[in-house]
Write a new protein. Structure first.
Length: 331
């Protein structure tokens, strides 16, 4: 059985959940695909666990990384370069201004001839062309389904199934945290701060929640969709962004009186993120941490996708789809 070796960089909410899902699905994957996966390193910026024969994930999940007796000061960039592996998973939180540390991790993996799977939006939104061109040059793959829409297959749906279509527009709800907050405020009269705190406790929000609330996260996803589904070459600064801080219980009530809800919408064609009125029975009128995306195409017509848009476990489904697809190619 082919054994695919993985390096996980970033072991926070998403990294840990991914490891749990991988562990839980190991038997199923080996029966169905004749493929084994072993995690040969888990790395953070300033330290790592490394075992070239494969780490015991259950043990690694039991304690905080730095408390593990096998934890060493070997840094992520060194591990990515020198530990033998097929795929590097970049699961650190991103800084939208610099894309770091994810950008350096991704470039280092490609330099070392490793494929990349990531949930980290910032480097993909900031340096899409550079990353993809470098990957091509090195004969490597970069997969990023998990960067947009949590569990919803959008990028791979386009890659694998809608290839022949010209995508004319993509718009919808691309941020689970703000959708969760807006629905809680409207349906349960919960205050903004309490709803935000709940979203943070559920692991939905970014480490800096203003990215969610101020529309930055939606704009970043919009850039990724524009560049990868519509062949654009835009960056974050090209998008007009307003978040949900101005939305209060009065505006939500007023919207309701007119048979609508307020939702934070990203619109690629308009290059805009803004709160908009969505009529009650419109397919984009969804509640909770769900995302809803409308893809307008020339041949297939309109496609609407709805699913869980944030959350470490659901996002792991998208990570697994990329990891599995690359793994199958290596059999
Ligand atoms: N904070 C993001 C959201 C996580 O709420 O949608 C998923 O990208």
């Amino acid at each position: 059985m082919k054994e695919v070796k993985l390096i996980i960089v970033g072991f926070g909410n998403i990294g840990r959940r991914f490891a749990e899902v991988l562990e839980a699905k190991k038997g199923f994957i080996s029966r169905k695909y004749g493929l084994g996966f072993s995690v040969v390193a888990i790395a953070e910026k300033n330290g790592s666990l490394v075992n070239e024969k494969g780490l015991d994930l259950k043990k690694a999940l039991k304690v905080q990384l730095a408390r593990n007796p096998c934890w060493t000061g070997r840094k992520s960039l060194d591990v990515i370069k020198s530990v033998e592996a097929d795929i590097m998973l970049e699961l650190t939180p991103g800084d939208i201004r610099s894309g770091e540390p994810g950008l350096s991790h991704i470039m280092r993996a490609l330099e070392a001839g490793k494929d990349v799977v990531t949930s980290n939006k910032s480097p993909i939104a900031l340096k899409f062309r550079e990353i993809m061109e470098y990957a091509r040059k090195k004969g490597c793959e970069v997969r990023y389904e998990a960067t947009v829409g949590g569990a919803i297959p959008i990028i791979n749906l386009y890659r694998n199934t809608l290839q022949v279509n010209e995508v004319r527009n993509v718009y919808g709800i691309l941020n689970g945290t703000t959708n969760f907050i807006l629905s809680k405020m409207s349906e349960e009269s919960v205050d903004f701060d309490i709803a935000l705190k709940e979203a943070q406790e559920l692991g939905l929000a970014e480490s800096d929640a203003s990215y969610d609330v101020d529309g930055v996260d939606t704009a970043v996803k919009l850039v990724i969709l524009a560049n990868s589904l519509m062949g654009r070459n835009i960056s974050f600064k090209d998008v007009k962004v307003s978040g949900i801080r101005e939305v209060n219980s009065e505006t939500l009530d007023l919207a309701k009186k007119h048979g609508s809800e307020i939702r934070l919408i990203g619109d690629v064609a308009a290059m805009e993120v803004s709160p908009r009125l969505i009529p009650k029975n419109h397919p984009l009128n969804i509640s909770g941490a769900l995302n809803a995306v409308l893809i307008e195409t020339d041949v297939a017509g309109d496609i609407i996708l709805v699913g869980v848009g944030a959350g470490p476990r659901e996002t792991s489904s998208s990570l697994m789809s990329d990891v599995l697809d690359l793994g199958v190619r290596k059999r």
